[in-house]
Ligand binder design. Structure first.
Ligand SMILES: [Mn+2]
Length: 330
């Protein structure tokens, strides 16, 4: 059994099999893994004979994933949610505060099963399978199909390919393993169109995102001999670019890609007193560990936190701490 789990793959399948109604929920501001894993799980639940499998997320499906079959059926929370379900499955997060407005519906479920691959101390839920050795929750969902003896249908294969491809940065990040490629190879065998998916998921960009990138990267700063890079996105930037939260995604990678950079940080102003911090790192700097002191978490190479500080202050505090670790003055 994985280190942070109280249920294994077979146990998780048993919970699904037993449930008459299932609610599948992932984290707010869903990424490709969140959406892809949600849809893959819905397909698995239906194959296992679950009478009612519904999907719910705090936020609408981001544009690059809206074409996935079933994506339109992922609901957003409203006050029309009444009947408690037998089993809520929380995927790609283990934390209540990442569920946003979907948390209430999860709390009403008779049982909660968590399937995740993030580093966490105490996962939510009655049953949890949390294994950071998976590059994506989509890998876990594929292995659940195998444990259940269920073939992955064509539509689910597309969703799970998106899940795995996005969380590995197109099979480029260090979380990519031989298992990742073996699982992805099986998805390709269903005949999915890799080039078409890649174009939709990786290369497409709204004009709003381009404008936001222009603004954020235009003011990027480098410190500590180029080892630390950061950029900030204010609410004014978001308004001027007419950008939504999803359009901030990926901007940080341009900072991390600069070859001198060990730690890349993007600060985003949520309101007057709240700042969201995203961090990417390499060369041994553990972003998740570092951001724990600010109540954040994630992976060693990619993590995030929300600070109860105005943008400028959050930037000051965090950059000071980073500098003390990276070892040169900023
Ligand atoms: Mn993930």
């Amino acid at each position: 059994m994985a280190p942070m789990s109280n249920v294994d793959l077979a146990g998780a399948v048993a919970r699904l099999r037993k449930a008459g109604s299932v609610l599948i929920v992932s984290h707010l501001h869903p990424d490709g893994d969140a959406i892809g894993s949600t849809l893959g799980l819905a397909a698995l639940a239906r194959a296992l004979g679950v009478r009612e499998a519904q999907c719910l997320n705090n936020d609408p499906v981001p544009f690059p994933y809206q074409w996935l079959p079933g994506a339109r059926d992922i609901k957003i929370p409203d006050n029309a949610w009444d009947a408690p379900c037998d089993l809520a499955v929380v995927v790609d997060t283990s934390a209540w505060d990442r569920l946003g407005g979907a948390a209430d519906a999860v709390r009403k479920a008779r049982e909660v099963l968590v399937l995740d691959h993030h580093l966490v101390d105490a996962p939510l839920g009655d049953h949890y399978l949390v294994d950071p050795s998976y590059a994506a929750s989509g890998e876990l969902v594929m292995e659940l199909h195998d444990a259940a003896g269920v073939d992955i249908e064509r539509a689910a294969a597309q969703a799970l390919y998106v899940a795995i491809a996005t969380d590995t940065g197109g099979f480029r990040f260090s979380n990519t393993t031989p298992r990742t490629h073996r699982l992805a190879a099986r998805l390709l065998e269903t005949g999915l169109d890799v080039a078409a998916i890649s174009e939709r998921v990786f290369d497409g960009m709204t004009p709003a995102k381009f404008e936001l990138m222009r603004r954020a990267l235009g003011r990027a700063e480098f410190h500590a001999g180029g080892a630390v890079a950061h950029a900030s996105i204010s609410r004014a930037d978001m308004r001027a670019a007419q950008a939504g939260p999803n359009e901030t995604e990926g901007i940080i990678n341009y900072l991390r890609n600069v070859d001198s950079v060990q730690v890349a940080i993007v600060f985003r102003e949520l309101d007057e007193t709240t700042t969201k911090v995203s961090m990417r790192s390499r060369n041994g700097f553990n972003s998740a560990e570092f951001l724990q002191q600010f109540g954040g978490g994630g992976h060693a190479l990619a993590a995030g936190a929300t600070l109860a500080l105005p943008l400028e202050e959050a930037r000051g505090v965090l950059l000071d701490r980073v500098a003390s670790i990276v070892g040169e003055s900023t």
